[in-house]
Design a protein around this ligand. Structure first.
Ligand code: ADP
Ligand code: ZN
Length: 354
């Protein structure tokens, strides 16, 4: 299978390398992009059991000395106490500026290890090895890192671009179905935002090589969007498709509904509302719903329009009395629309469609 590389032109630029089986050769890439130096692998209790040994063996083959830090899997670990443990671990093991932090895991690992790499010694090198589909297509690209605070998710963090992202889609074979679906929600989002061809390809059965291709396309779309935002035209906001209502759903559920599931329903709701208001072509919402259902994702939740609106209005992404909504016009194209916040309730009501 051919290797796929996507260049991300943010900061000094880096490659996202996607290839089946590349995990057992990751040491070569680590060596190439970081040169001499040691590696600190940060990973969670599930991923360490499955893939840590493969990574350690590959690093050893390249004569890269390494130490690993394992934390309890799950979002509840993404806090200041685990971050503190990681920083103490780096210091105790005497990592220096020329060494590298490697995040081996999903979004939780990438967010926390990236934040640690951003602040330890005022910043040391960082490499991402995403092991969830969600992390591969979304959180490992763009350079956002964070931890959760008691007051909310991702409230403290930093921008930290990696030296490289190494993605081996074969590791998704061990993902629980629910976690794969979670990543599919963000994947389907790229189809709705940027390409009807990509969108309808999600009807086909995935093969190992189609999975590589799919990730490559999503990463390219995200990279291009993130790069373009340097010119401040707000294009990056497009990536929030389904997220305003999605965050409200997460909040209403006290975060028992996972991010991808919430975004899926959020996307279906905003599509139904856009269609009602005439912004989206007829049939757009139904096509999105069908695709979500095909991938075992929800298109609605039982919260009332009022509950969702109240939750959405307390979102941190809101600035002033306006809100920027991402509205589909058809499959493959969405627009940004600034609306007075009072309109949000209307969209949510229309999105409920009942
Ligand atoms: P996300 O990537 O969805 O933001 P996490 O980093 O918490 O969130 O990953 C979701 C769950 O999947 C965690 O329990 C994690 O340990 C587990 N996980 C991550 N990668 C794999 C994998 N390749 N195989 C099996 N489980 C995995
Ligand atoms: Zn998201």
């Amino acid at each position: 299978m051919a290797m796929q590389t996507v260049k991300v032109n943010v900061g000094k630029g880096y490659d996202v390398i996607i290839e089946n089986g590349i995990l057992s050769d990751c040491g070569k890439i680590v060596k190439k992009v970081t040169g001499k130096g040691r590696a600190a692998i940060i990973t969670d209790s599930n991923v360490s059991r499955l893939y840590l040994q493969t990574v350690l063996t590959s690093l050893k083959k390249e004569n890269i000395e390494s130490e690993s830090f394992v934390f309890d899997a799950g979002e509840q670990s993404k806090n200041i106490s685990t971050l503190s443990d990681i920083l103490e671990f780096l210091a105790e093991k005497q990592f220096v500026r020329s060494d590298t932090v490697i995040a081996l895991g999903g979004g939780v690992t990438g967010d926390m290890a990236g934040f640690a790499a951003a602040i330890y010694l005022r910043g040391i090198k960082f490499i991402q090895i995403p092991t969830t589909l969600l992390a591969a297509v979304d959180s490992s690209v763009g350079g956002k890192t964070a931890i959760d605070l008691s007051a909310g998710k991702n409230l403290a963090g930093a921008f930290k671009q990696p030296e490289a992202v190494i993605c081996d889609p074969e590791v998704f074979s061990t993902l629980p179905e629910k976690e794969f679906a979670n990543g599919m929600a963000e994947t389907i989002k790229y189809g709705v935002l940027f390409s009807d061809e990509l969108f309808y390809s999600f009807n086909d059965k995935t093969t190992p090589s189609s999975l590589c291709e799919m990730i490559k396309k999503c990463v390219s779309f995200k990279a291009r969007t993130v790069e373009n935002d340097e010119f401040d035209n707000g294009e990056r906001k497009l990536l929030n498709l389904g997220h305003t209502i999605g965050h409200a759903i997460e909040k209403c559920s006290n975060f028992t509904v996972s991010h991808g599931y919430a975004v899926a329903a959020g996307m279906a709701m905003i599509a139904r509302a856009s269609e009602s208001l005439g912004t989206a072509e007829k049939g757009t919402a139904e096509n999105i719903e069908k695709m979500l259902i095909k991938h075992s994702l929800p298109t609605d939740f039982d919260y009332t329009a009022e509950e969702l609106t109240n939750a959405a209005l307390s979102d941190k992404k809101r600035s002033g009395d306006k809100i920027t909504l991402v509205l589909p016009t058809n499959i493959g194209k969405c627009i940004l629309k600034d609306e007075p916040i009072q309109m949000l309730g209307k969209y949510i009501e229309l999105g409920k469609g009942k």
